[in-house]
Design a protein around this ligand. Structure first.
Ligand SMILES: Nc1ncnc2c1ncn2[C@@H]1O[C@H](COP(=O)(O)OP(=O)(O)OP(=O)(O)O)[C@@H](O)[C@H]1O
Length: 272
């Protein structure tokens, strides 16, 4: 059953990464990464190109074994339990899935397939599954897409369908990997409103939003992990991490962070 936690420990954090190092040959990819996601927290991972964001996600999902350190998900430790079963509790939305969806598949089927992604039980689709998928499409403002084929969906519609698809497996942790890439400015604002709403929903999984852009960090994101060259610049509440000084370290350039009630966060590069 993909949507039951297999080895839950009531008080365990959702994720606990400690002293994570990943090296390949002489290349240091991640170094001394400590990161803990507790229930009720939503995180942003922010870093420049090549800072290690994708490598960290691959390590969490078991595709990039650590050189040193520990990764614990829902109380189960990587290396000491069946990680394939445990990682079913992680949902990922990434544009790299885009090529895996059959072009003529209607959106409702794409959402339903999220439940069976790991198990290949496609024939056992029930009315309950269809009804759950319809609710999830509605949640992402996509009811009108139910019968529309994947090949015809816009980038924004695809991202919303992929979120509904990931939620179908009832993950405990949902990772959105640069979900605004390819969205026009208006579609981006609408999409971010949806993500913010999802993040505030009491039944939602913990969200991890990976981005290069502070403008995409909505108020529902309570914490941030800032990466630079495979190391952690800061990890903690947004109040402690999102400031001009730390972001200048992240981007290795003098930047100024400003906040406005109407437009949220904004980053300006200072002339040197
Ligand atoms: N298997 C590997 N062997 C050697 N180097 C690697 C390997 N995987 C990643 N790297 C290097 O690790 C660094 C971090 O890469 P990663 O893709 O994690 O960065 P990122 O923050 O996701 O970048 P972007 O924002 O551009 O997607 C890069 O310099 C990359 O070339």
């Amino acid at each position: 059953m993909p949507h039951q936690v297999k080895s839950p420990k009531a008080a365990a954090p959702i994720l606990n990464v400690s002293d994570l190092h990943i090296r390949r040959g002489k290349t240091v990819i991640l170094e001394r990464v400590d990161w803990r996601i507790n229930r009720g927290e939503n995180w942003v991972i922010l870093g420049a190109n090549g800072s290690g964001k994708t490598s960290l996600l691959r390590a969490l999902t078991g595709y990039f074994p650590p050189t040193r350190g520990e990764i614990e998900l829902l109380g189960g430790q990587y290396g000491n339990c069946d990680w394939r079963a445990l990682r079913e509790h992680i949902g990922i939305v990434t544009t790299s899935f885009t090529s895996l969806i059959p072009p003529a598949e209607p959106a409702l089927e794409t959402v339903i397939s999220g439940k069976f992604a790991q198990l290949d039980l496609w024939k056992k689709v029930t009315k309950v599954d269809c009804s759950a998928a319809r609710k999830l499409l509605a949640l992402v403002d996509g009811s009108y897409l139910e019968t529309r084929e994947w090949q015809f969906l816009s980038q924004g519609e695809r991202q919303r369908v992929l979120i509904a698809r990931a939620l179908m497996a009832r993950p405990r942790l949902l990772i959105l990997d640069e979900p605004c890439a390819g969205l026009d400015p208006v579609a981006r604002v609408e999409f971010l409103k949806l993500v913010d709403r999802l993040a505030r929903s009491p039944r939602a999984p913990a969200l991890v939003f990976v981005t290069h852009h502070v403008e995409e960090i909505t108020p529902a994101f309570t914490h941030a992990l800032l990466l630079r060259k495979g190391g952690v610049v800061a990890a903690g509440t947004r109040a402690r991490t999102l400031n001009s000084e730390k972001l200048s370290q992240v981007f290795a350039a003098p930047v100024r962070l400003s906040r406005s009630a109407t437009h949220g966060l904004r980053l300006d590069i200072q002339s040197q």
